[in-house]
Design a protein. Structure first.
Length: 187
């Protein structure tokens, strides 16, 4: 491991970045260095601009993928190498398209949930949909954080490792409580 890579890894660990973010940033910096066949500390904002054009025009990456590469390079140059560049101008972020999410009609939601045969799975999906949980939050959800009295669900260590409360709807909350009681009786 090079000294620069070790330093960047330590800088990310000190800032408590997730292991996934650390691996992603290291990969992006490595790809950047390989493209120019030079150490990143010898490269300039003009090299970064050339690399962004390469990612956009030749690799045809999506704006989100380019955003990840730019975020990694900004971290490297701002934090690890302590460059005093004007990052907004020297390393610009690509504009992301604003897309509306696909929203199912109430009939489509009912039809989808009615296709789920297992009551336990239907309760889980209903709770997740009604509360707007992310998949990563849903897989870690337990019955205990569902507060039927206050009609909230406590999501622990969700996105960016933050805790939050989401509104639980009465029908999904009651169904979850019944499913939890049944599972306790079986064990």
């Amino acid at each position: 491991m090079t000294v620069l890579r070790q330093r960047m890894t330590e800088d990310m660990q000190v800032r408590n970045l997730s292991p996934h973010t650390q691996a992603s940033y290291l990969q992006q910096v490595s790809l950047f260095a390989r493209y120019f066949r030079m150490s990143p500390d010898a490269l300039t904002p003009e090299h970064i601009r050339t690399y962004q054009i390469y990612l956009t025009n030749e690799k045809r990456l999506a704006p989100n993928s380019i955003h990840t590469a730019v975020a990694a390079l900004r971290f490297l140059y701002r934090i690890t190498l302590k460059k005093d560049w004007t990052f907004g101008e020297d390393i610009p972020l690509p504009k992301k398209p604003q897309k509306l999410p696909v929203v199912l009609s109430p009939e489509e939601v009912v039809h989808f949930l009615s296709c789920v045969d297992c009551n336990k799975h239907r309760v889980i999906l209903t709770t997740c949909y009604a509360a707007g949980l992310r998949i990563s939050e849903a897989v870690r959800l337990k019955a205990a954080p569902i507060d039927s009295a206050r009609m909230v669900v406590r999501v622990e260590q969700g996105k960016s490792r933050k805790d939050r409360y989401v509104i639980a709807y009465q029908r999904s909350s009651q169904a979850a409580a019944v499913a939890h009681e049944r599972s306790k009786q079986k064990s």
